[in-house]
Ligand binder design. Structure first.
Ligand SMILES: Cc1ncc(COP(=O)(O)O)c(C=O)c1O
Length: 387
């Protein structure tokens, strides 16, 4: 069993953005990476590369496509032809390439807000309209649940060239059900809208939840989907930048590949090797332990908020290590992100970066030891009590 209670002394990692950006006196619970070292098989592989010493160019090789396809089969019984797999520099570049290839000033990108801040950059990077389809907030006691407004979904998505789905959803932690995915896919196909499914968090599954890739639903749906997966969140190697675009339909794949090749987005050899080992299955025991630990952290967070933070609402994420907190009913004036940064010395993620619905909310990263999570929550609680 991996012991996730012991995180390395993070203050020594001065070049890690999470721990350096807001200064040494601020506890970081913001950007989406974890405080745990990557699993040993990945570290061993990287050590081997370094010990060899020669750091030459490395073009992604066929075995990498095969290992990514094999992982989809092993996890979901989704049969993917290795030829359908493209290696990308990361998932953000992966969906940006799709937007360049399939959107236009008349046919923009649709997304379910509040959603991952980089989704909101696509419109600027590519020069296309953004079409927001807000999820609807449902409140029971202090628990938040977000749901799809289907009439709004159809009305808005049909104006898009591409629907950028975030599943599991960042920051809301939702795993969409097969029924919801099927309905979304049918609407997109009926309206000739390409689906790009960002599934970067798909292996960080909490409790007994189950994940289904959008493209696994049927062979017909698969033809309209570009699936983006990556080892970066799963094995905590986001700084190595390597991901996969899985595109079963040949015509879509050719258009995507042309754009990808024009942009010359190459992957570093450390990223390629980490991805190979991560997807090979050698780290799956570590991953099971991690998911159990993160489930404990999620439960700790929800219990803590419920017991000690009156009027604060929280999601119960199905996946990811990201919580979403609603401070709109508290006495905090202005941005809760600024409040906690100044008064608690805790850096969360500002809710508004995920869309305008995020005002008065923050995202909290619980991908850390239980002790650090408690330390952050205690600081936040104290700051709220001092109002
Ligand atoms: C939904 C989602 N997609 C993509 C990324 C980043 O992907 P990459 O670093 O591979 O570009 C993140 C990181 O937080 C994310 O949450």
């Amino acid at each position: 069993m991996t012991n996730f209670n012991n995180t390395p002394d993070r203050r020594k990692n001065i070049n890690i953005t999470k721990w350096s950006y807001y200064g040494k006196d601020v506890l970081p619970m913001w950007v989406a990476d974890m405080d745990f070292p990557a699993p040993k098989p990945i570290l061993d592989e990287l050590h081997k590369r370094i010990d060899h010493g020669v750091m030459g160019y490395e073009i992604p090789a066929r075995p990498l496509q095969e290992i990514a396809a094999a992982r989809m089969d092993r996890l979901y019984r989704w049969k993917v032809d290795p030829d359908a797999v493209r290696v990308v520099t990361g998932i953000v570049s992966g969906f940006s390439v799709a937007a360049r290839a399939f959107c236009s000033p008349k046919k923009g990108v649709a997304m379910q807000t509040p959603v991952y801040n980089e989704f909101h950059e696509v419109k600027n990077n590519v020069g296309i309209p953004q079409i927001d389809i807000p999820l609807v907030k449902n409140i029971k006691g202090n628990i938040l649940k977000y749901e799809i407004d289907w009439d709004l979904f159809e009305k808005r998505v049909k104006k898009a060239g591409m629907f950028l789905l975030c599943n599991p959803h960042n920051p809301l932690g939702i795993i969409f059900s097969r029924k919801e995915l099927t309905r979304m896919a049918e609407i997109c196909i009926r309206n000739d809208v390409l689906i790009v499914s960002d599934e970067i968090h798909s292996e960080l599954i909490l409790g007994e939840n189950k994940f289904t890739p959008m493209a696994k639903l049927s062979r017909e749906i698969e033809k309209h989907v570009i699936t983006l997966v990556s080892p970066s969140k799963t094995f905590n190697v986001p700084g190595l930048f390597c991901g996969f675009a899985i595109i079963p339909d040949k015509e879509l794949r050719d258009r995507y590949t042309t754009e990808l090749e024009h942009l010359r987005l190459h992957v570093g050899s450390m990223g390629l090797h980490a991805a190979y080992v991560g997807f090979s299955g050698k780290c799956d025991g570590w991953l099971r332990d991690l998911n159990r630990y993160l489930t404990g952290n999620r439960d700790f967070l929800v219990d803590y908020v419920t017991k000690y933070m009156p009027n604060v609402r929280t999601t119960i994420p199905d996946a990811t290590y990201l919580g979403w907190l609603d401070f709109t009913q508290t006495e905090i004036e202005g941005s809760p992100f600024e409040f906690f940064k100044e008064k608690a010395k805790v850096a969360l993620s500002e809710g508004k970066i995920f869309g305008k619905e995020g005002a008065g909310h923050t995202r909290i990263n619980f991908g850390t030891s239980r002790a650090i999570l408690k330390e952050g929550l205690d600081k936040m609680r104290k700051a709220m009590e001092s109002i």
